[in-house]
Design a protein around this ligand. Structure first.
Ligand SMILES: NC(=O)c1ccc[n+]([C@@H]2O[C@H](COP(=O)([O-])OP(=O)(O)OC[C@H]3O[C@@H](n4cnc5c(N)ncnc54)[C@H](O)[C@@H]3O)[C@@H](O)[C@H]2O)c1
Length: 352
């Protein structure tokens, strides 16, 4: 297959590209604008492979997208490019509307024109796969899980923009017959995660001897999905999923944020003990909560398990161990980001 991946220099996109080049014979074209979140060195493991090609560009540029589709002739578009950080969406929602809504619309319009020009089996097997989040479903109480039929109830500018893009994708499926697939997944974590997100932020600040910020009382609950499990799920969906369907993807690993931070501290105590012999947990510092912070997200992933035979393989404790080791072994990857584009300062307080 030929697969056009948008946002392939991001955290999940680069995991998908590494998976596709490393584990399959598929060819990959990566279209990425290289915003602050795009990190080309995440693709170093595949950069010289003849089945991989990178183009720097914006998904809002319809002429460019149309030209790339005509040249590359993809069988699948895996659409991951997005503004993805909730805290940044509180400070500056405009970029989220532009990329997540206008950009997804542009991808759909160009994909539809391209798909209409295909014939026979190539037209039947083409897929537009939109990668989205469980945050579109809003916030859960103590019990219950999000399923594929849970009503949408987004609460942050980020989740609202993703919800809108999901609706656009389904509308292009219903109205124009474009063979679309949607996946909504829980919080990803693992290697090459941009340092603004909770898990890498805590690892990096812990190693720097800095306070470890926990929003509110740390009791907000998220489900954690190891990014390489997610890459396998995405491949299962675009290779075998039924057009028009949605699949929820989760890691079966619900944890309170405070428990996540403590698990990182315990792992670091073992792998990279502090020079003074004290526990990293002593650096934990409770800070003002995120405005509108959703209480709990949890995914019921039984549909993708039953219908496509996918299940997460990496449990939370193993995943955290692998992730902490990766950050210890790859200081130049995140050191470069810290030096050039992000200093781990607090974002998204929505102050007037
Ligand atoms: N990270 C998670 O836990 C998570 C969970 C659920 C869903 N998702 C979704 O998965 C997708 C990927 O998430 P991620 O964590 O890898 O994000 P990321 O922020 O790490 O990467 C996004 C990538 O998109 C690129 N990009 C941004 N705007 C662009 C534009 N206009 N044109 C072309 N490229 C552009 C960036 O340069 C970057 O490489 C997103 O759609 C996100 O909403 C992420």
């Amino acid at each position: 297959m030929r697969i056009l991946v948008t946002g392939g220099a991001g955290f999940i996109g680069s995991a998908l590209v590494r998976h596709l080049i490393g584990e399959t014979d598929h060819e990959v074209l990566n279209l990425d604008k290289l915003t602050y979140a795009g990190v080309l060195s995440s693709l170093d493991p595949v950069g010289n492979n003849p089945r991989y090609r990178f183009v720097r560009g914006d998904i809002c540029d319809g002429a460019l997208v149309g030209r790339l589709l005509a040249e590359f002739q993809p069988d699948v578009i895996a659409h991951l490019a997005a503004e993805s950080h909730v805290d940044r969406s509180i400070d500056g929602p405009g970029a989220f509307i532009q990329t997540n809504l206008v950009g997804t619309y542009t991808m759909l319009a160009e994909a539809l024109a391209y798909w209409r020009g295909l014939e026979g089996e190539r037209r039947d097997t083409f897929r537009f796969h939109h990668i989205s989040t469980d945050e579109v479903f809003g916030s859960l109480g103590e019990d219950g899980f999000f399923t594929e039929t849970t009503a949408y109830d987004p609460r942050s500018p980020y989740s609202a923009s993703k919800a809108g893009s999901d609706h656009l994708v389904r509308a292009w499926g219903h109205t124009y017959g474009l063979p679309v697939l949607v996946t909504n997944c829980s919080n990803n974590y693992g290697p090459y995660h941009f340092p603004e997100k909770l898990i890498p932020l805590i690892i990096i600040r812990a190693l720097g001897g800095e306070p470890l910020p926990v929003y509110g009382d740390g009791s907000n609950v998220r489900d954690w999905l190891y990014v390489e499990d997610h890459a396998r799920a995405l491949r299962a969906v675009f290779e075998r999923g039924v057009p028009g369907e949605t699949y929820n993807v989760g890691g079966d690993s619900e944890r309170r944020n405070l428990d996540v931070v403590q698990a990182i501290c315990t792992t670091l105590d073992r792998l990279a003990p502090r020079a003074d012999g004290r526990a990293y947990a002593g650096q934990i510092s409770f800070v003002a909560d995120r405005p509108g912070h959703d209480r709990r997200y949890a995914i019921d992933a039984s549909k993708i398990k039953a219908e496509l035979g996918w299940a997460p393989q990496i449990g939370f404790e193993e995943g955290i161990g692998r992730t902490v080791r990766w950050y210890l072994d790859n200081r130049s990857w995140w050191g470069d980001i810290l030096a050039r584009r992000y200093d781990t300062a607090r974002l998204g307080l929505a102050q007037a």
